[in-house]
Design a protein around this ligand. Structure first.
Ligand SMILES: [Zn+2]
Length: 148
């Protein structure tokens, strides 16, 4: 029993500790191929392809993997990069980690609950934070409504 509880990878254990864990086959079944590639394999969607770029209603942008609310519409802005961009996440929504996939350090952003890859954060955003959370639209699900 104890051995069973201790089984699995560290990442799965961390996700389980946060209350949300699926195995790889379950993720493949739950997500579209493109969402799976981004969220579970740290892929990047082609710029200017996300319908969320034109989403200007009030509401919340949630994780497409586990539906945890990640960003409020009030913090979304047009960065001109072709990816939905925000200057601040909601509290207790995302975590960051440094990757070196392009040879230079970049700060990867993932969902705090299911650990799904969302995008990267850069220091060239607008006030008040100066941060640019550059997100893959396919990793997000928009829920219209008030955010107050
Ligand atoms: Zn998630």
């Amino acid at each position: 029993m104890v051995a069973m509880l201790l089984g699995g990878t560290l990442a799965a254990g961390l996700a389980r500790a946060n209350g949300f864990a699926l195995d790889d086959a379950q993720w493949r079944q739950k997500l579209s191929p493109e969402a799976y590639r981004v969220l579970r394999q740290a892929g990047t969607e082609r710029p200017f392809t996300s319908p969320l770029l034109k989403e200007h209603r009030r509401g919340r942008f949630a994780c497409a993997g586990c539906d945890l609310p990640l960003f409020a519409s009030e913090t979304k802005y047009d960065s001109g990069t072709g990816w939905p961009s925000f200057w601040q996440p909601l509290p207790h929504a995302v975590a960051t980690h440094t990757d070196y996939e392009l040879g230079l350090p970049r700060t990867e952003v993932h969902c705090l609950r299911c650990r799904g890859h969302l995008g990267h954060v850069f220091d060239d955003g607008p006030p008040p934070t100066g941060k640019r959370y550059c997100m893959n639209g396919v990793a997000l699900a928009f829920h219209p409504g008030t955010t107050a």
